[in-house]
Design a protein around this ligand. Structure first.
Ligand SMILES: Cc1cc2nc3c(=O)[nH]c(=O)nc-3n(C[C@H](O)[C@H](O)[C@H](O)COP(=O)(O)O)c2cc1C
Length: 304
């Protein structure tokens, strides 16, 4: 077998391939393109765990048996068209497990080509994204801050509740970063609120660019922001906090149009589970740490 770059690699025995597919944690299916109505010819144990259907009940069937009354007809049509055109595709579909419970399935379909050029099989990858969908909905319902377009304190509270639950279930850590700006009041007083607003928008965009996709930046209050970072350990949390700190310092070092005053940021970071077991506790702890950093910086400035 040769790879795209031309090097030859040993061909994997079929039983090794089978073992690999069986042991990956990602739900996976394969359909036969040469048979009418794309019957499944393989699903792995992660697929069985995700959907609740045992292999023998699904082989030979089209995978649409996972769909139900509330599955979007247009999303389904897009999948059908992609398959008809032998194109890879990705879709979020409402599906139903064997016991009838609904879940959001992020489906990736990858056509597999034979060396003759003909597409003979389609590989499906399935991921339960119900948590993400729930969070997006809750955030949309909680509304956004008009100036920065960030979710508000209400949105944070809901997202944090879900995140703590998810972290507890998965045995993972999460971090709450509390950020408070110093000097905003002076900018507002001396240069007007438009200048202060520009600084707030700058901070909002900087935070969004610094975090990873999936992390949540919220406007907590007037000059306070809270960032929720999921799925990480203590060391990664430190790195995130340091990056937020340095990116903010850099962004705020640029003169904000119409001001000569400088704005600086103080940060506090609290980790689940060691610093608090609930969302409220974590925010309180991060706020307290931010405040003590701010105090020590001010003391340093007074007595250098
Ligand atoms: C390998 C493979 C896996 C699929 N997995 C799913 C799935 O998990 N959930 C789903 O709703 N549709 C899935 N589909 C899509 C449906 O089987 C079907 O192609 C889609 O509903 C569009 O066709 P239809 O309008 O004829 O139903 C999969 C298709 C293939 C080929």
């Amino acid at each position: 077998v040769s790879t795209e770059s031309g090097e030859t690699v040993a061909e994997l025995p079929v039983w090794v391939m089978r073992e690999a597919l069986a042991s990956v944690g990602i739900a996976l299916s394969i359909a036969d393109m040469n048979e009418p109505d794309l019957p499944l010819i393989f699903v792995n144990p992660a697929f069985e765990a995700l959907t609740g259907y045992p292999t023998h009940e699904v082989i030979g069937k089209n995978c649409r048996f996972l769909q139900g009354p509330k599955t979007s007809a247009s999303a389904r049509r897009r999948v059908r068209e992609a398959l008809e055109n032998r194109r890879p595709t990705r879709a979020r579909l409402l599906n139903y497990r064997a016991d009838g419970t609904p879940f959001w399935n992020e489906l990736s379909l990858v056509p597999v080509r034979h060396s003759s050029g003909e597409v003979t099989h389609v590989v499906g990858l399935h991921r339960d994204v119900s948590m993400d969908v729930e969070r997006e909905r809750a955030l949309a319902a909680a509304g956004r801050d008009e100036l920065t377009d960030l979710p508000t304190r209400r949105g944070l509270r809901q997202a944090l509740g879900n995140a703590v639950q998810a972290a507890a279930g998965a045995g993972q850590a999460l971090a709450v970063v509390f950020i408070d700006l110093d000097g905003l009041k002076e900018v507002n007083d001396h240069f007007g609120h438009a200048a202060g607003d520009r600084a707030l928008v700058t901070v909002a965009r900087t935070l969004e660019q610094t975090v990873r996709p999936g992390d949540l930046v919220t406007r907590y209050g007037g000059d306070e922001f809270v960032v929720l970072v999921e799925r990480l350990d203590r060391r990664e949390a430190r790195t995130v906090a340091e990056r937020l700190q340095s990116d903010l310092a850099e962004a705020l070092a640029q003169p904000i149009e119409g001001t000569e005053r400088s704005i600086t940021a103080s940060l506090g970071i609290a980790l689940y589970p060691e610093d608090g077991e609930s969302g409220d506790e974590l925010v309180r702890k991060a706020d307290a740490l931010m405040y003590s950093h701010k105090r020590s910086r001010q003391a340093l400035r007074k007595n250098p």
